[in-house]
Design a protein around this ligand. Structure first.
Ligand code: SF4
Ligand code: SF4
Ligand code: FES
Length: 261
């Protein structure tokens, strides 16, 4: 057992401060274990979220030494013994208390996304898809909604452009629908004009922090950006569509109804 120094942010939406704790840490502990030990012995009212302690529920997201991480998957042995470990809530979302944030904005974005629309069945009465198409969207389905990628994305973190960009988590949800081999909807106008694909400048910070190792930028966001370019800005694709009489939507559903803001 060794004594380790922690600085934990304590407060609420009105303000707060870092409080220092010295804690006995046993071999094999993760940061969440240490926070529970602080809660048990030194600060009974310390607020934090967790559920699975297995990196699968996405609840225990926080910033540890300045980096967005799952506290249940952050082993104490990655820090040097004399290092002070600073723990604070996700910066991008409003604090409720201590390490707990209000992430409800994310659930509102999820509701805005047009849902899966199944293609009609084939002539043999079944749906068929290639394994490689299944594998491609399977990567996006691994998301545990920890919102670490949302926290680190500078568009919503530093510029607070939440009205203009849904963020990386929802870009990959859109990608999982747009690339789904059995989906029959077309969300490209919304991806460009409502969900803000153009706001992402491919810094890849979101991919770096994803605990599920989803290649958010290269496999999700860039292919969506390419589809937007193909629809709106590629003259050869436009000529091809004209020659073959292929019609593609360029207006959003709101624009079609005359309701766009
Ligand atoms: S790659 Fe795009 S979505 Fe990801 S953090 Fe950078 S700006 Fe945000
Ligand atoms: S994409 Fe990765 S970082 Fe973003 S919410 Fe899902 S699991 Fe978390
Ligand atoms: S407690 Fe579930 S991901 Fe950490």
């Amino acid at each position: 057992m060794a004594k380790r120094n922690f600085r934990v942010w304590r407060g609420n939406i009105e303000g707060g401060e870092f409080v220092e704790f010295q804690v006995d840490v046993d071999p094999g502990m993760v940061v969440l274990d240490v926070l529970h030990r602080i809660q048990t012995h030194q600060a009974n009212d310390l607020a934090l979220r967790w559920n699975c302690k297995a990196g699968k529920c996405g609840s225990c997201s926080m910033e540890i030494n300045g980096k967005p991480r799952l506290s249940c998957m952050t082993r104490m042995n990655i820090f040097t013994e004399d290092e002070t470990i600073t723990v604070q809530p996700l910066k991008t979302f409003p604090v409720i208390k201590d390490l707990v944030c209000d992430v409800s904005w994310n659930y509102k974005q999820n509701k805005r996304i047009p849902k899966f629309k199944p293609k009609p069945k084939g002539a043999d009465g079944t749906h068929r898809m290639y394994q490689e198409d299944v594998d491609r969207v399977q990567e996006f389905r691994k998301c545990i909604e920890c919102f670490l990628c949302q926290d680190v994305c500078h568009v919503i973190r530093d510029r607070d452009a939440k009205q203009e960009f849904v963020g990386p988590r929802f870009m990959i949800r859109l990608a999982s629908l747009e690339m789904h081999p059995l989906d029959d909807d077309d969300r490209i106008p919304e991806i460009r004009k409502e969900f803000g694909s153009g706001m992402c400048n491919i810094t890849r910070c979101c991919t770096e922090v994803c605990p599920e190792h989803i290649n958010i930028t290269d496999n999700g966001i860039i292919p969506l950006k390419e589809r937007v370019v193909d629809r709106y800005f590629d003259p050869i694709a436009a000529i091809g569509r004209k020659l073959f009489g292929i019609r593609r939507r360029t207006k959003t559903r709101a624009e079609e109804k005359g309701e766009a803001k």
